[in-house]
Design a protein around this ligand. Structure first.
Ligand code: P71
Length: 908
């Protein structure tokens, strides 16, 4: 069984979201025909062809198209991939699946000949060529009301009878035909049909576009595990195979047809130049062939097939378990239309009504394509398919879609029928309908149960789990320090949320068309304007990352010996303050040091502590107050707006500058929205603006909240300070208008800003972290409460009470978590805090923590369910973890490179 995605998310694409009244107008303009609704008004497109996510290898392949007219490298790659994975030797490339079908029919059907098939949708093509297509699907499929597991099997008696009568051009089997909701064909049936064809001297054609789903069902039925040898066995049954690249190969476009029969192959190869293109590209670009070739190679990654199947299953169960009449297919779930809308009459176009209602209530587009009659009156009217693109949606999103379907089902009595305006039209896309009542349905109650990610998966990157033995060896080599592990050895990487964000297609779009010159580019001007507007500071100065901004600010603003009060330390921030001669003083509220305290605003500055410091040294001896948002080391804890206001007043009164570390400012703003009733209806953007208005400037590591892999910001209102900052910038970072970033990074940063402020995004982001926290609490794991926004911190002292702090419990726990689960986390305790320079002793901080940091847009909740179960397993074995001894210790920031050895060998 597969429990989470065998990949992480690499690039996302924003979902289109529309209000339901807007959708109503769209639908009216589309003549209530779901197929005519513009794609960019659809939130969840369940039509599925060419909508699957690509692997990042496919994306890379897209960039290496050899656009030669003849014999391109990409064609060679496709040919060798198809040969090695599918065992198909010679292929004729086509522009898509229909291109392959067209070659098939035009070369193999003579006037008056019959084509026996289990699909029912090639009728027009066959008829156009003078042939007769005959549906020989078993009764099970055609009585759609009760599809069994292999509902698309052929009726052997019918096949036999037709072959006996003669005049059959070929038998055409589609492995998972749309017409039967992706019900599939059993291997026994394939073999028997093959036997009949052999005896009758008629070729057997198999459409292998969905061969993986078919092979999976067949291996399961046989109790076998060897998916790829089943794939080979299926291909071996065929005289001709054809494939649509947009299915199992997850390409957007492309296809091929091939035959092991010399004569047929020669005909196909001659015909391809007539209809498709040259025989070495067949209507595909070089880049499309490369994407296809890589996708074919990736068909061997069995986990991808298992994950897709698990998603279809989850989707099916989430509706079936709540009483909705649905059928599970191999790649889709079909709604049983007649049982869903029993009150609609025969002529009220129930299938189109259901599709329109799903669009109106959830922005969902179901699959209605092809012949109008098939959907209005034919077999197709009985079910509506929701076909899942591969690897594109998260579990949260599927749950949301299911909620919409259930909500509609519960309110189905409110749904009225439609009448076709042009019922005799041939193709579904031409159909126009009108509501029989002046509203299709009265407003349904809103579905609010699921917060889901406002983006789909565009590109993914495979991840792998090493065996426990290998994980042990890797950890030993890394000296029990997770910073020293190699990324390829990690299953789920929760080391940091810094620079690990999955960028969006919108950001990539901007990055592919930037000015060459870094000097004074339009990207810089736009960046400065946008950030000034959002943050409200007059001067915006980009740097290459956060610590560069900290270095400049500390150098300019701190005179040696000055005090720098702050709400808990962050390693790089404190280091730069100290390098500039400042003396850091922690003025955070006491609750922040108590992992059990559930105080809502553990990021607050304690005003009494701050006042006392001002009195002790005098306002002029305080360089500035350093005020971090969503305090990292306290557990991602926010400060309140009230506290910001008060700290600001106090600083103003004493002429002290207030400088924010706004690295996680959007998350702090979201927490204010959630926790402070006064801000429930204020947008995150407005909250952020108010927070910023209390300060005089800030540093930001944009690698966190601002959705980039590199970048920082230094901002202030004072012209004098800005002048000094810019001077340092030129010395340390790069040109004034680059801050050491290239124009691509700058454009990504500009676009990242607007994305991070999207209320749907930030809600889903923080919710994901909170959910992880609550699940760990439920599992009995001691974590810092309440759960923060970017990370969950496990209390290592409670997890490993048998270890002394000098045995580095957080370091030991981080290492043990990797060995047990393949998950990488970060020590945030004794090792991070370092030694007291005067005594040479370890500091023994109150918080001895392990941080599980959540990268933005990278992992799904299924990944986190795995994390929780793995840590729970380790909890049960916790007394087997012995303490560590430090065997190598660098002088500064020792946590990055220190090495350790267990005092006694670990055996769990
Ligand atoms: C994090 C990081 C990255 C990091 C830095 C040092 C040790 C381990 C990991 C970086 C921050 C931060 C805050 C609040 C400034 C920086 C430095 N955090 N302020 O949490 O969290 O920014 O990395 O861009 O230079 O893993 P920079």
């Amino acid at each position: 069984m597969i429990i989470s995605e065998p990949f992480k998310i690499k690039e996302i694409k924003h979902l289109n979201r529309r209000k339901s009244h807007e959708r109503w107008h769209v639908l009216q303009n589309a003549g209530f025909n779901i197929l005519e609704v513009p794609a960019d008004t659809v939130t969840f497109d369940l039509v599925a062809r060419g909508m699957s996510a690509w692997s990042h290898f496919q994306k890379a392949g897209y960039m290496i198209g050899d656009e030669a007219y003849a014999g391109s490298r990409n064609y060679q790659h496709l040919q060798s991939a198809v040969k090695s994975v599918l065992g198909v030797e010679r292929l004729v490339p086509t522009h898509n699946g229909i291109g392959a079908e067209k070659l098939l029919v035009t070369t193999m059907v003579k006037p008056g000949q019959k084509v026996l098939h289990n699909r029912g949708r090639l009728d027009r093509l066959v008829a156009f060529n003078g042939g007769i297509s005959i549906d020989v699907t078993s009764q099970n499929a055609r009585e759609y009301a009760a599809p069994d597991q292999f509902g698309a099997d052929l009726d052997l008696a019918l096949v036999k009878q037709n072959l006996h009568e003669g005049g059959v051009a070929y038998v055409h089997i589609v492995l998972c035909p749309d017409a039967w909701n992706g019900q599939t064909v059993s291997f026994e049936n394939l073999e028997e049909v093959n036997g009949l064809c052999r005896a009758g001297g008629v070729p057997l054609v198999i459409d292998i576009s969905n061969i993986l789903e078919n092979a999976l069902w067949n291996t399961r039925a046989k109790g076998s595990e060897d998916l790829m040898s089943m794939v080979r066995d299926i291909v071996d049954q065929a005289d001709v195979v054809l494939m649509d690249a947009a299915q199992d190969a997850r390409a957007d476009i492309g296809g091929f047809i091939s035959s092991r029969v010399d004569d047929i192959f020669t005909k196909l190869r001659n015909q391809v130049v007539v209809f498709e293109g040259l025989h070495t590209y067949g209507g595909m670009t070089g880049r499309a062939m490369e994407v296809f070739a890589i996708g074919v190679r990736e068909m061997e990654e069995v986990d991808y097939t298992l994950w897709y199947d698990a998603q279809v299953d989850q989707f099916y169960r989430s509706m079936a378990d709540r009483g909705v009449p649905v059928y599970r297919g191999t790649k889709a779930v079909a709604i049983d239309v007649a049982n869903f809308l029993p009150h609609l009459k025969e002529d009220e176009c129930a299938k189109f009504v259901l599709a329109a209602a799903l669009y109106l209530s959830g922005g969902i587009r179901a699959r209605i394509v092809g012949d109008a009659a098939f959907h209005l009156k034919g077999e197709g009217r009985r079910f509506l398919s929701l076909e899942l693109p591969r690897h594109a949606y998260t579990g949260n999103q599927l749950e949301y879609i299911a909620d919409v379907v259930v909500n509609l089902y519960e309110n189905r009595a409110k749904v009225f029928g439609l009448s076709p305006v042009n019922p005799e039209t041939s193709f579904a896309d031409e159909l126009r309908l009108v509501p029989n009542n002046n509203r299709l349905f009265v407003q349904l109650p809103d579905v609010t149960s699921h917060i889901f990610e406002p983006h789909k998966i565009a590109i993914f990157e495979p991840i792998q789990m090493l065996s426990k033995e290998k994980r042990k060896a890797a950890m030993e080599k890394a000296g029990s320090n997770t910073f020293l592990l190699e990324s390829q050895d990690i299953y789920i990487d929760l080391l940091t949320d810094s620079g690990t964000t999955a960028m969006s297609s919108y950001q990539w779009e901007g990055m592919t068309n930037t000015t060459d010159s870094a000097y004074n580019s339009r990207h810089y001007a736009d960046l400065v304007a946008d950030y000034a507007e959002i943050l409200g500071f007059k001067h915006i100065i980009p740097t290459h990352q956060g610590r560069a901004a900290e270095h400049i600010m500390s150098t300019v603003m701190i005179k040696p010996g000055q005090s720098v009060p702050g709400n808990m330390y962050f390693t790089t921030t404190k280091l730069h303050q100290e390098i500039a001669g400042g003396l850091f003083l922690d003025v955070i509220v006491d609750e922040a040091h108590d992992p059990e305290s559930t105080f809502a605003w553990k990021g607050n500055i304690d005003l009494t502590k701050l006042r006392a410091e001002i009195e002790r040294v005098g306002g002029e001896n305080i360089a500035y107050v350093s005020f971090e948002m969503s305090v990292n080391m306290a557990g991602g804890q926010p400060f309140s707006m009230e506290n910001a206001r008060q700290v600001s007043e106090l600083c103003q009164k004493h002429g002290i500058a207030l400088m924010f570390d706004a690295t996680r400012c959007v998350e702090n703003a979201r927490m204010i929205k959630v926790k402070d009733p006064a801000y429930t209806h204020v947008t995150v953007q407005e909250i952020l603006r108010e927070m910023m208005s209390y300060g005089d400037g800030c540093t930001i590591s944009c690698k966190k909240d601002f959705m980039v892999n590199m970048g920082g910001i230094l901002a202030c209102n004072s012209d004098v300070l800005a002048g000094q900052f810019r001077e340092m910038l030129r010395i340390w970072e790069g040109d004034l208008t680059t801050g050491g970033l290239d124009p691509k990074d700058i454009e990504a940063l500009r676009r990242g800003l607007s994305e991070s402020l999207d209320d749907h995004y930030i809600a889903a982001r923080v919710e994901q972290t909170q959910e992880l926290g609550h699940k760990l609490i439920e599992a009995g794991i001691p974590i810092v409460k309440p759960p923060g926004s970017h990370a969950i911190f496990i209390n290592a002292r409670e997890f490993l009470p048998h270890l002394d702090q000098d045995e580095y419990p957080a370091q030991a726990l981080a290492a043990a978590i990797y060995i047990e689960t393949g998950v990488r986390v970060m020590e945030r305790g004794n090792v991070s805090k370092g030694r007291n320079p005067e005594t040479g002793e370890n500091y023994r901080p109150a918080l001895e923590l392990v941080r599980l940091t959540i990268p933005r847009r990278v992992y799904s909740n299924s990944h986190f369910d795995y994390v929780v179960s793995g840590i729970r397993r380790l909890w049960d074995n916790r007394e087997k973890i012995s303490g560590l001894e430090m065997v190598y210790e660098p002088k500064v920031l020792r946590f990055f490179q220190a090495q350790f050895e267990p005092k006694e060998p670990w055996c769990f």
